[in-house]
Design a protein around this ligand. Sequence first.
Ligand SMILES: [Zn+2]
Length: 121
Amino acid sequence: MQDDVEGNQGGDRARLEQQQVELTAELAVHQRALRQVRQLRADRSDDDEHDPEGAPLSAEWSRIERAHRAVEERLLAVRAALTSVADGRYGICERCGEPIPAGRLEVRPTATRCVACAAVR
Ligand SMILES: [Zn+2]
């Protein structure tokens, strides 16, 4: 039978699940940071949005929020990849249908295209 393929898919899934765990932990860190900034803002400014102390906090807030969104996007990509592992579509280029080299998937487990197709828009 196809024991090699099965073993390989198990490795892919394990790697993706590991990433999912890591990204989820990162999200939790961001959520805590965002809560802290919100708390600080609430403590410092009564109702003045133009409070001089408010600007650095706003900048900090947008920085964390940007990082938060980036992690969320990566998490979505990891979930999509896990779905394609379950469907048996994982590691197949979505554009040309050729297998994506294992080396590329090791570096970018959420890659949905082979190197050649990734360069094409
Ligand atoms: Zn391709």
